[in-house]
Design a protein around this ligand. Structure first.
Ligand code: NZQ
Ligand code: ZN
Length: 378
C-alpha cells in the first residue's frame, strides 16, 4: 500500500432543515458574505431565501453574484472576484450545484490574490490562500462539498481545467436532501453517472488498495440500487438522502487512499466535450466510459469483471461493460456523441482538441492512436 496523508477539514452538516446551522457558522467566519448563485433555481425553490434568512438573523451582511452557468466560466469568476474585493467580504458562500460551488472556491482564492484567476487555475501562480468557503449544495453529483477541487472553463483557450488546493476545501458544507427534490429527472440521472464515474476513476487506477476497492464497489452498489427507484420517486427523502451521501463519498479521497494513483482519463476526455459543445459534465462521462473501458479491457480484465459481478450481477469483461451501458440507457443518458447531438465535423474538432490538450489520465497513458480508437467507439 502506498503512503498517504488524510486531510479533510470540511465540517459537513447533513439532513432536513440543516440550514439552520448556517447562521452561526457564517458569523464565526466574519461579518460579510459574497453569495454565489446560478441561473435562478435557488430563487424559485426558496433555498436562497432560507440562506439569506440565516445570514440576516446572525447579523451577517451579504452581496450576491448570480448567473453562474453549468460548465462555469472564468469570466464570471473574474467578475465575482472584482465584486468581492470591492465589497471587502470575509467569506464566499456557494448556493447551488457543482458549477456554483466550484466557482465559489476559485473566487475565494481570487479575492486574496493579485493575479488573474485563470493564472491560479492554470497553476501559473500558486494559490497562497483563499477566503473561507461555505457550500449550500442543491444538487448531489460532483463531491465538491467534501473536496478541495474546482473545475472551470476558459473559452479563449478552449480549456476546462480542474484545480486542487487545500485552501479550497469548504469550511462548512450544508447538505439538505430536500433541497434536491426540485432537481429534474435529467440532472438527477446525471448525478448518478458522475458519482459512479468518480468511484470508477479511482478503482481503475494503479496499485493494490483492497479496502479502497471495496469502498468503491460499495459506492457503485449503492448508486446502482437507488438510481431507478429515485427516478421513479423523486420526492422520496430517503432516496434523495442516500444519493446525496453517496455522492459526497465518491470523491472525498477515501476511494483512492493506498493506491499509487487513480486514472481520471474519462474526465480528461470528457472536459473537452463540455468545452466544445457545452455538454453537461456527466453526459460526457456516460459517452466516454464504456468506450474507455473497452479500450482498457485487455489490460485489467479481472478488475472490470469484478465490478460487473459485484455491481451489475453479470459475468465476463465485455458483459460488464455492456451492463454499464444498459444501466446508462435505463437512466436515459447519452452513450454516444450522436445521442448528444454531436456529429460530422464536430467529431473532428473533438479529436483535434484531445490531441492538442493531450487529454490524459494518470495510470494508463493514451497515445494519439488511442484517441482515434476511443472516438471510433463513441
Ligand atoms: O443554474 P441553476 O439555475 O442553479 O440550475 C442548475 C443547472 O441548470 C440546476 N440545479 C442545481 N440545483 C438545483 C437545480 N435545479 C433545480 N433544483 C435544484 N435544487 O442544475 C443544473 C446543473 O447544475 P451544475 O451545478 O452545473 O451541476 P453539477 O452539480 O453536476 O456540477 C457540474 C460541474 O461540476 C464540475 C463539472 O465539471 C461541472 O462543471 N465537477 C466538479 C468536481 C469537483 N469540484 O470535485 C468534480 C466533477 O468531476 C466535476 O468535474
Ligand atoms: Zn465528475
Amino acid at each position: 500500500m502506498k503512503n498517504f496523508t488524510v486531510h479533510n477539514p470540511v465540517i459537513l452538516h447533513f439532513g432536513r432543515e440543516i440550514i439552520k446551522e448556517l447562521g452561526t457558522a457564517a458569523k464565526s467566519l466574519g461579518n460579510k458574505a459574497l453569495l454565489i448563485t446560478g441561473k435562478g433555481s435557488v430563487k424559485q425553490n426558496g433555498i436562497f431565501d432560507a440562506v439569506v434568512k440565516q445570514l440576516e438573523e446572525a447579523d451577517v451582511q451579504w452581496v450576491e453574484y448570480s448567473g453562474i452557468k453549468p460548465n462555469p466560466l472564468i469570466d464570471d469568476v473574474r467578475k465575482a472576484v472584482t465584486l468581492g474585493k470591492s465589497e471587502t467580504v470575509d467569506m464566499v458562500i456557494g448556493v447551488g450545484g457543482g458549477s456554483v460551488v466550484d466557482s465559489a472556491k476559485v473566487i475565494a482564492a481570487g479575492i486574496l490574490s493579485e493575479c488573474d484567476a485563470w493564472a491560479l487555475v492554470k497553476r501559473e501562480t500558486s494559490i497562497e490562500a483563499a477566503l473561507p468557503v461555505l457550500a449550500v449544495l442543491t444538487l448531489a453529483a460532483t463531491g465538491t462539498e467534501l473536496n478541495q477541487f474546482a473545475v472551470v472553463q476558459n473559452p479563449e483557450s478552449s480549456e476546462k481545467i480542474g484545480i486542487g488546493h487545500p485552501s479550497l476545501f469548504p469550511r462548512h458544507s450544508f447538505l439538505d436532501p430536500t433541497y434536491t427534490f426540485s432537481v429534474n429527472r435529467e440532472h438527477t440521472a446525471y448525478g448518478i453517472v458522475d458519482l459512479m464515474a468518480h468511484a470508477m476513476e479511482n478503482y481503475f487506477g494503479l496499485g493494490d488498495a483492497p479496502l479502497a476497492d471495496r469502498y468503491v464497489l460499495s459506492i457503485l452498489q449503492e448508486a446502482h440500487e437507488i438510481a431507478l427507484p429515485l427516478l421513479n420517486e423523486p420526492n422520496n427523502y430517503d432516496l434523495r438522502a442516500r444519493k446525496m451521501w453517496v455522492a459526497a463519498n465518491a470523491l472525498n479521497g477515501y476511494p483512492g487512499y493506498g493506491r499509487l494513483s487513480g486514472d481520471f482519463a474519462v474526465h480528461a476526455l470528457g472536459h473537452p466535450i463540455s468545452m466544445l459543445f457545452d455538454t453537461p459534465h456527466a453526459a460526457t462521462l456516460s459517452i466516454v466510459y464504456p468506450a474507455w473501458l473497452t479500450w482498457l479491457a485487455p489490460r485489467v480484465p479481472e478488475k472490470i469483471s469484478r465490478m460487473g459481478r459485484e455491481v451489475f450481477g453479470v459475468e465476463g469483461v465485455m458483459e460488464s461493460i455492456s451492463a454499464l451501458k444498459d444501466f446508462y440507457r435505463s437512466l436515459g443518458v447519452p452513450i454516444s456523441l450522436a445521442e448528444a447531438g454531436i456529429e460530422g465535423n464536430q467529431r473532428k474538432d473533438l479529436l483535434a482538441l484531445w490531441k492538442k490538450l493531450q487529454a490524459q489520465g494518470y495510470a494508463y497513458p493514451l497515445a494519439e492512436s488511442d484517441y482515434e480508437a476511443i472516438l471510433d467507439l463513441i
